[in-house]
Design a binder for this molecule. Structure first.
Ligand code: GLA
Length: 357
């Protein structure tokens, strides 16, 4: 009988550290209790054949990575082909597999549904061909698959969070060294994610052009990345100012978590949102309204999460009243904007793994 193995990879929510991973900055995220699950069974014909409960059509690509990822149909199969291509380049033997994919990570929300898909597929494909890729190497391969499949120049934070997350902990990541510190999430806190009702995909937004604009600032200063810029250098350059001040906020946020200074967290998230809105210009009025509604409803802090331009806001508040906060906030937001929000209380989950259930 053929053996089917199951792989799980979580989505993530970025608590703070927007638009700085590609400048080798710092971020604080958590892997969340929403995940992509891939069931994999070996096949003998050297094909990777994938089906998804969320998307139409069957993806059928060569296991040796020779199929061009961007040309793969149906469209969602580009990711599968991207993973196959990147792993082949890393020496994976062309072992065929059937993949059956299900997901509880909302798509187009800023919760890294595509990173979770890349990571879950990569784990399944590596395991089937005995390619021992794990940890940061696995995350880097998944990130490269996104670049190859969609051309979106994403940073590394999503894939690292999906691979390296830990239950009940936030992940403080240095995107230069890829050093990780797992910081316990205080039990007094809840983490809320609210979808604004405005969908977006990374490809359909100015994410790449915002990235290019801030890279231009770095280049104008003779730097490769804004990690190495001082505040004085970027004082009058909004894109640069966002990156430099955001990196300071992230480290203060991590320090506050480390010493259990809960009062410091909310204001840092709000300052991050303001900078994302005013200096980086990746917010939209709906996200600004949602942040305000969450704070009015009792959240300590809130900010847009992910690439911006739609999708979700993340908030923290006192544990035990999550439902009260989200009920009040979503009602006020609905009345103010006419949009249809969706809210979840999320918990920090373990990173991607094979599971036998
Ligand atoms: C997307 C990208 C990440 C990161 C964020 C913005 O989620 O995939 O790498 O750049 O946007 O912080």
């Amino acid at each position: 009988m053929k053996r089917t193995l199951r792989y799980r990879a979580p989505g993530r929510v970025n608590l703070i550290g927007g638009q700085v991973d590609y400048h080798e900055g710092w971020v604080v995220s958590l892997a969340i209790d929403r995940e992509v699950v891939v069931d994999a069974t070996r096949r003998r014909d050297g094909r990777i054949v994938a089906r998804s409960s969320a998307f139409e059509g069957v993806v059928d690509v060569a296991a040796d990575g020779r199929d061009d990822p961007p040309a793969t149909q149906p469209q969602w199969g580009r990711t599968v082909a991207g993973v196959a291509r990147v792993l082949a380049e890393l020496g994976r033997a062309p072992v065929g597999v059937d993949l059956t994919i299900t997901s509880t990570v909302p798509v187009g929300a800023g919760l890294s549904s595509s990173a979770a898909l890349e990571v879950a597929c990569a784990l399944a494909l590596c395991d089937a061909a005995d390619l021992g890729l794990a940890g940061r190497e696995l995350a880097l391969a998944a990130q490269r698959a996104e670049h190859v499949a969609t051309g979106v120049p994403c940073g590394i934070q999503d894939q690292i969070a999906s691979v390296c997350g830990r239950a009940d902990h936030a992940l403080f990541l240095d995107c230069r060294t890829l050093a990780i510190e797992h910081l316990p999430i205080p039990p007094e806190l809840c983490v809320l994610v609210v979808h604004s009702g405005v969908p977006r995909t990374l490809e359909g937004t100015p994410y790449a052009s915002r990235r290019a604009e801030s890279e231009k600032v770095a280049a104008s200063l003779g730097l490769a990345v804004l990690r190495d810029a001082s505040f004085d250098q970027v004082r009058d350059l909004p894109r640069g100012r966002h990156a430099v001040t955001e990196m300071v906020r992230v480290r203060e946020f991590a320090d506050a978590l480390r010493v259990h200074d809960l009062d410091a967290l909310g204001p840092l998230m709000l300052a991050s949102h303001a900078s994302s809105r005013d200096d980086m210009e990746v917010s939209i009025p709906e996200l600004d309204a949602l942040v305000e509604c969450l704070v009015d409803a009792g959240a300590y802090g809130a900010r847009l999460t992910g690439a911006g331009f739609g999708g979700c806001v993340v908030a923290i508040g006192p544990a035990g009243v999550a439902a009260t906060i989200t009920d009040r906030a979503t009602a006020a937001y609905r009345a103010r904007t006419g949009m249809d929000p969706t809210a979840w209380a999320v918990r920090a989950a373990n990173g991607a793994h094979r599971s036998d259930d």
